[in-house]
Design a protein around this ligand. Sequence first.
Ligand SMILES: [Zn+2]
Length: 258
Amino acid sequence: MKRNIALWALLAAFLLSLNGCMGPDRSNRLVVIDAGHGGHDCGAQCGGRQEKDLVLQIVKKLQNEFRSEGYRVYMTRGTDRFLKLGERTHIADQKDADVFISIHANAIADKSRFEQVEGVETYYLQKTRDGRSQRIAQRENEAVLKGTDTLSRDVIVDSVLAGPKVVESHKLAIDVQNNIMRRLHSRYPDVKNGGAKAAPFYVLVGASRPSILVEVGYITNSKERERLFDPKYQERIAEGIVEGVNHYLDNRQKELGI
Ligand SMILES: [Zn+2]
């Protein structure tokens, strides 16, 4: 009799674990992941390392992580190549993605502060008066805006700021930022939380879906640079992003009553 009960308990545990493995059906969800820069545009560079290489390593981990959670994934680039302005978000629209996530690494110009400035920040597209956010956007915008005059730059930003996607992108940014920090802090408690912020990033212009840009850390800070190129650290960032997107899309589904 005792043996029977034990067998039933084992069977029940097995069935429960099966259910846990299957999880919610996310096969109708599509994310577009964008590795910043590429080709002749190396992005930020420091200590012999380049932003374009780092973000490519991270998006590959992110792709695996999203797939294992049942998502469909599309990457704007899976190799070292340059994409023109608008090409990245155009891909997200063409594919009818649920969210668009651009991955970047941060840098500062002032060498004397390299070892003081560090941390993770998540941005959504919005004009801002904050000088620091403006400077970060300016650096990231440089390569994509070559040849575009100031007037058309303002027009393209203005054209996308009126929609509900600003609110949705802000929510997505908060969820992703919080979950990256949770994942990183459980192993690296000293990582600085730069928060979810607004900035006029041109890579997000033209996206008609919730879109964010994650600055995974400062390549100019030696401690952070070393961590950023560590596959285990990259894995935690990828897990955090996926958990943030899960949280955001699950909540949106509840709100819409689907
Ligand atoms: Zn960048």
